[in-house]
Design a protein around this ligand. Structure first.
Ligand code: DGL
Length: 257
């Protein structure tokens, strides 16, 4: 493996762009190849076996691009496929994601923690194990249909607010909500909308920075952090299995401050 090779990042669609943005900021000397599998989105309402096959196909695409490491910028695909991908690619750095429940548990000891994630993530064995350890004050909130709004480029529409109010409203009545965990990379683009619904007192957390820091550690351990100059090469290449519109949404989200 060559340290000047790019890092592959993928998601079921445009959600992983939120991870790519964090990676671009924290790893200024690295190049990235992004793949959004929008043609097969959502992953979160499919059976695990199907997501495993889709994640394997995307990983092959990124390896053909010469990537030195893979980031599964999708909580759902991590639950369904990370273990299999690691077994199939023994020497490859594969960094996955999980809802930031440990962070919420450690930083918000009082009150209720609401974990928003896809139905597949929340029903997976991986999430159950995390919940056993850190879930004592948490409630799992499956959000089927929410990623579809972000795929359309909606991060602040009336429909988004209505959806979030319906899901989070029940926790607002007694004032016990202390944190909301955004357990799907698409939802990270809804952070401001969530904050407006739950108010300033409630913390809104995601796992993006933790994931990128884990990637940095793994690359460093293997001597794969790029030290050379980037020359005139572009910092990232965007790919989609979807349409021109999907690509336009990706670009819009990447440029969004
Ligand atoms: N962005 C994905 C995640 O982090 C899931 C969206 C989906 O395909 O359902 O879980």
């Amino acid at each position: 493996m060559n340290s000047s090779a790019p890092i592959g990042i993928f998601d079921s669609g445009v959600g992983g762009i939120s991870v790519l943005k964090t990676a671009l900021a924290l790893l200024p000397k690295e190049r990235f190849v992004y793949y959004g599998d929008s043609a097969h989105a959502p992953y979160g309402t499919r059976p695990e076996e199907e997501v495993r096959v889709l994640a394997r196909n995307v990983t092959e695409f990124l390896l053909k691009k010469g990537c030195k490491a893979i980031v599964i910028a999708c909580n759902t695909a991590t639950c369904a496929a990370a273990q299999a991908l690691r077994e199939e690619n023994k020497n490859l750095i594969i960094v996955g994601m999980e809802p930031a429940l440990k962070l919420a548990h450690d930083t918000c000891p009082e009150g209720t923690i609401a974990v928003l994630a896809t139905p597949l993530s929340l029903s997976s064995a991986k999430y159950r194990a995390l919940y056993e350890k850190y879930g004592e004050h948490s409630v799992s909130v499956p959000c089927a249909g929410l990623m579809e709004l972000v795929e359309k480029g909606e991060t602040d529409s009336a429909e988004v607010t209505e959806y979030l109010s319906e899901k989070l409203g029940p926790f607002m009545t007694d004032g016990s909500l202390s944190a909301v965990v955004l357990g799907c990379t698409h939802y990270v683009f809804l952070k401001d909308a969530v904050k407006r619904v739950v108010g300033d007192r409630v913390r809104v957390l995601d796992g993006n920075e933790g994931t990128v820091r884990q990637l940095m550690r793994r690359l460093n351990e293997q001597g794969l952090l790029n030290e050379g100059a980037l020359a005139d090469l572009p910092r990232c290449e965007l790919n989609t299995s979807g349409s021109e519109e999907d690509l336009a949404v990706m670009k819009m989200l990447l440029e969004k401050p």
